[in-house]
Design a protein around this ligand. Sequence first.
Ligand SMILES: Cc1ncc(COP(=O)(O)O)c(C=O)c1O
Length: 509
Amino acid sequence: MIQDAGAKTTPTHIVREEPLLFERSRPGRRAYVLPALDVPETPLEDLIDERWQRQDNLAGLPELSEVDVVRHFTRLSSWNYGVDAGLYPLGSCTMKYNPKINELVARLEGFTEHHPYTPEDLSQGSLEVLKQLEELLCEITGMAAGTLQPAAGAHGELTGMMIIRAWHEARGDPRRKVLVPDSAHGTNPASAALCGYEVVTVKSNERGLTDLDALRRATDEHVAALMLTNPNTLGLFEENILEIAAIIHEVGGLVYMDGANMNALLGITRPGDMGVDLLHLNIHKTFSTPHGGGGPGAGPLMVTEKLEPFLPLPRIVRGDDGSCHLDFNRPQSIGRVRAFYGHVGVLIRGLAYILSNGAEGLRAIAEAAVLNANYLARRLRDVYEITYDGPCLHEVVFSSRRQEKYGVKNVDIAKRLIDYGFHPPTMSFPLIVHGALMVEPTESVDREELDAFVTAMKEIDREAREHPEVLKTAPHLTHIGRLDEVAAARKPVLRWRPTPSEGRASEGK
Ligand SMILES: Cc1ncc(COP(=O)(O)O)c(C=O)c1O
């Protein structure tokens, strides 16, 4: 099916499986056999009242041998694609490799066995780790303080919006508008709206940057804040950030930066030096822990000194002797936004990542991430349109416009990439690029893999011109072919259910 031997991998180990083979249960099969009793048997009724005794497999659970179970799950795991398998260029998700040392550190018993209700004086280890992380994030971002409570990036945004509201209210000047450029991440307007603000969209200019004239026109004394994704979702740095911040500050508004794309800026520049008043970070993008898999994340919110009193409570504060305490006495705080300390496991991974890379390592990460994205842009720009072309930062957004002449859409290109052994890029986002294919290679990919990706993308372009039907029906080499995405969204089958008529289980119906 795949005609190019130059593509990274041809996953020949994957063959379509008959659906029936999914079901391997056979009545009476067991995972273990216990030896005959060598002590007197206690009758079951003496142990459990008859009413509560389970009858023979009423729940319809699958009956399998141990080897059946191991092979079933091992087989399923090989049907997935993950960051440990290869390039995962899902733009805006920073799907970088996560060093295993972070896992090891996060799983230390002292952390995993630490109950969140443990009194403060017996929690010094965990509190110290969290405080250290906050202090390092302050240093990295140039901000004065932060909270680690938010459970994800969007949660950090909402926390930021609540602080903005509390700050304006405390000054007796509640405001109603939040400005959001059209190149912002989609969660930005959603967070502002959720907090009760009227969202005003600001247009980008022809280079994909915030249009300063449009910004000036939209800015007045009703503006509570500007929410600026920087670098924006086109992978472009808002080079007029100082002027942008001045325009907003002039009317008494605050500048919120969506710092989830901080991977591109680490060690190079700091939001605190650009006039930013508050920002969130995505630990699960920039500081290890894979994003996009649906697992837990962490979206710390960092603020300047004037906003510190509004941070969620409790704050972890250091005493004169260096020990850490939980401070609940904060009358201006917006209150708690998450139970206990937030997602501590993710935060520990983040700290391990920062400490193991050090300041120079963090800068090298940003440089490599930017270099890799620009390498792909340079090698593919003759084949795929780049609507907003120019030096990008951590990601590059291609368009499928040229391939559409042959009836091929961005989704077909993305699905065909799976056959070539790559995870698809983010599709149809940002909305300001027609047929967007948003590619973020990250720093943890080598030159050979970037070249293999380029080869695959060029082959797919050739196929679009010569055999477009191959793309329109891709993927061809996975267990499950092209999905009916509407049905998958409207009638999702999310779990296995037993089929009572057969007395055993079958794949979800
Ligand atoms: C730029 C940007 N902002 C905000 C978010 C939202 O983060 P989360 O998915 O953790 O809520 C993301 C997620 O990828 C992002 O890329």
